[in-house]
Design a protein around this ligand. Sequence first.
Ligand SMILES: [Zn+2]
Length: 185
Amino acid sequence: MDEIESLKKAEVIAVDRVHVFIICPHCGMIHLHGSTRNNTLDEYGSRVPHCIPKDVVDGDTLSLVQYDLITTPDTIRSDDELTTKKLKLNERQLRMRQSIFQRIADERKRISDDKILNAVRELALRGSKPDLWRIKIYSGEPHGKVKDWLHEHGIWYSSYDRKGWYIEHPDKATSELITIFSVKE
Ligand SMILES: [Zn+2]
């Protein structure tokens, strides 16, 4: 299942006569939709998730964000009214949810990493050697994230004679970063 496909299916954890409870493929949270008083269906049609702001959802994006509510053999079908609090996810559902959270975290990190790399490039273009504080200001990313990014790319602060950020582990750096930061001698 590719990424777009997996975003189009929302697993129904439980259904009562009022609500369908689903795990949102976009945010991993449990959302409620109307069940039209029927708790026996296999599918509950296409819906737009509540976690995406209404003004973001228009004609073009609608088909990307809306999902199909699909039941599984694990779906709880109840005649009594359920609440999100009372629902207990099974092992598989918890793992699925964990992978959604992981995907969100990976995506955030990718965006943050891009901002940091762009800031490094901009500083290099201006002829100034990038340091943590300038990268932080140019990228808008927090101090800790910039520092982690530098270390992940083999760049460490040298406090000896040539103070500044240098490539300490060239195996972790790209040739572009080696040119910008230069390898510590
Ligand atoms: Zn959601």
